[in-house]
Design a protein around this ligand. Sequence first.
Ligand code: SAH
Ligand code: SF4
Ligand code: F3S
Length: 439
Amino acid sequence: MSEPKKLFIKTYGCQMNVYDSERMAEALGGQGYVETKSPDEADMILLNTCHIREKAAEKVYSELGRFKGLKADKPDLKIGVAGCVAQAEGEEIMRRQPLVDLVVGPQSYHRLPEMEAKTRTGEKALDTDFPEEDKFEKLKNRPKAKRGPTAFLTVQEGCDKFCAFCVVPYTRGAEVSRPADRIIREAQDLVERGVREITLLGQNVNAYHGAGPNGDMTLAGLIWELNKVDGLERIRFTTSHPNDMDDALIEAHGTCEKLMPYLHLPVQSGSDKILKRMNRSHTAESYLRLIERIRAARPDILMSGDFIVGFPEETEEDFQATLDLVEEVKYGYAYSFKYSTRPGTPAAERPQVEAEVADERLQRLQAMITRHQRVIQDAMVGQTVSVLFEKPGRQPGQMVGKSEYLHAVHVTDADVASGDLRKVRVKSSGANSLGGELI
Ligand code: SAH
Ligand code: SF4
Ligand code: F3S
């Protein structure tokens, strides 16, 4: 028997890319590829890329440049670019970096086997279509290998919201929801393979409206169906848009036992003027009232969010409004980014904020977020949390997992295995994790 071919995949960007990379590895598994962690021994290298900010997109070219030596030593090595940069730049990638053999967009990677075969004949392969067929259906013959206790599951893809700064509607295409029965089947399959926590993914996951047995189902409906899956212990979802948080989903946070008390709900800015220019169609006030309702349903919910600072025409006063909003919400986690001009998006045409001004604001915002994060994490000391253990920690005898609030928690010298869900009393709060003892 011939040696299996080796595939090295490097993943950038959001969780959906992580999910897609797994699917790509499965698709190429049918072509005799097994995954490797080392690009040096690979027969095929795939970069699954992100286009959200300029830095992310540029990284791809510097990374590709580094494979020059490898390809010189091994002319049979095939190099592919997948993901959102592939979608946004297409053929241009091969022009800029001729060593690239294959470019495949996020909606056409189920065609990777044919594309790989084409590159083996010495041709280049490019596919950035938005095909009619459902790529997930084409990919459903999955290997039944065991896997870790947590998994992502894409339920909705694409976006119709067109925030003025964002490339996602262009790279991922229009919003599409997968039918509920296929999601449930996939969840059952994951559980059979050892998964106990599933994070439902979508660029606007709470806009989910997939076909169900009695017409379209909402995300809340889907969560209640998944709540019935035996062996599945935890459900999460990300990323949500404030305008799509319906009453049923808010209520589920109070009543659905498997739904975890954590919600990522990006607001982007606290200034109504900026929100309007971002085309966000919510105000700071409507967002705050929404969080009030969510907290009324689930008082201990941990909120997380995303922010952009230095959006075109953001003044110090606008930025102050963002700080005010953060002060009011107090996020357990929050991700903040300096605005990055994306060609082709409406905001790219607006007067830009000076880089130094944006940098300075970002620092102030991050300092505030870090302070809140700290207080919230430290307040866990003395509390009992439930931890889904995932893997050994850095210290000998340590096991780490996540609490329901997504804090990393470790215990030492305890009799726990990956996949165990146990109650833990929190004893200490460190830089990035909590320490505790099994109860
Ligand atoms: N669908 C999600 C997030 C998509 S992108 C949502 O609607 O919130 C993830 C985050 O990247 C965004 O929430 C935003 O904060 C940030 N982001 C998107 N475009 C950006 C840009 N041009 N510059 C800086 N940050 C950006
Ligand atoms: Fe981008 Fe806005 Fe869509 Fe989120 S809602 S993916 S930020 S366009
Ligand atoms: Fe990046 Fe595409 Fe995700 S642009 S954030 S990889 S949807």
